[in-house]
Design a protein around this ligand. Structure first.
Ligand code: ZN
Length: 272
């Protein structure tokens, strides 16, 4: 029922150079003016030509009270796959990730979410899987989260898409899964807020890190630029300001950081 991998299995790790010939032509087009790439956002008010918009089965206002969206701004999540998205010009490409968020998982809705995911993943707009992951701070039974996450991991691996991971108090399980399953696709921990030691544990296992509005500066400083992304997630932060702040902490010119993340985006998201 899945489409076949569009390209032979590739080695993504470690990645040292950008093969411009292999990147998605839309991405090259979208990137020619630089842009501040936002690897994970739930917002529609930013520069969506340089963002990966995260969609879930039921990404409604009721389910995402912290998103800042007003009821009148909402529309069914399937609209992320609709030809015309309210408020988005048809002239621009839009890149999305589709996943099963552990917060909204129940025994009863899993099969419906799974059906939605396996159908959505065929959309040309999809460039990543997620967010998906494990969260020990919510009531959702951990075993259920784990079994759903393993299946999502399988889809991401099969399609070769980067997996954008939500991880709360579950780093050991994530690392164990990475070692055991040895996926061929890249994994990215989104909204990473952990300490430097945890950053290093993920990095040692080839896992990329994405930093949002809140993080430990020491962890950011310890992250090689090749493994780094920035994101707004559900915050109201300005992505450009996040780049400026990170560049200052990393002591690199902001334009270099922006270019480096752009290269990382092309390497991981637009290789097909
Ligand atoms: Zn998110």
């Amino acid at each position: 029922m899945f489409r076949k991998l569009r390209f032979p299995i590739y080695t993504f790790f470690p990645v040292e150079t950008v093969d411009e010939a292999s990147v998605h032509t839309d991405a090259v087009h979208a990137n020619k003016d630089g842009g501040w790439w936002d690897v994970h956002t739930h917002r529609l008010d930013g520069d969506l030509q340089h963002a990966v918009w995260s969609c879930g089965w039921k990404d409604t206002v009721e389910l995402s009270p912290v998103s800042g969206r007003k009821p009148e701004d909402s529309f069914p999540v399937d609209s992320c796959l609709m030809e015309e998205i309210p408020g988005i010009s048809k002239a621009h490409p839009i890149y999305i990730s589709v996943g099963i968020h552990p917060w909204y998982l129940t025994e009863a809705n899993f099969s419906e979410q799974w059906r939605w995911l396996t159908e959505s993943v065929r959309s040309e707009r999809v460039v990543a899987i997620g967010e998906a992951g494990l969260d020990k701070a919510v009531e959702v039974p951990f075993e259920l989260q784990l079994s759903a996450f393993r299946r999502v991991i399988g889809v991401a691996d099969e399609y070769g898409f980067p997996l954008i991971i939500h991880a709360v108090k579950a780093s050991n399980e994530i690392l164990e899964l990475k070692k055991k399953l040895r996926p061929r696709n890249p994994w990215i921990i989104h909204g990473f807020r952990g300490k430097k030691e945890l950053a290093q544990a993920y990095l040692r296992n080839g896992i990329y890190l994405s930093y949002g509005a809140r993080y430990q500066e020491e962890a950011l400083r310890s992250t090689p630029l090749d493994y780094l992304f920035l994101e707004t997630d559900e915050s109201v932060a300005d992505i450009q300001e996040l780049y400026m702040r990170a560049a200052k902490i990393l002591e690199v010119p902001e334009i270099n950081l922006r270019e480096k993340v752009r290269q990382n985006i092309n390497k991981l998201f637009f290789r097909h």
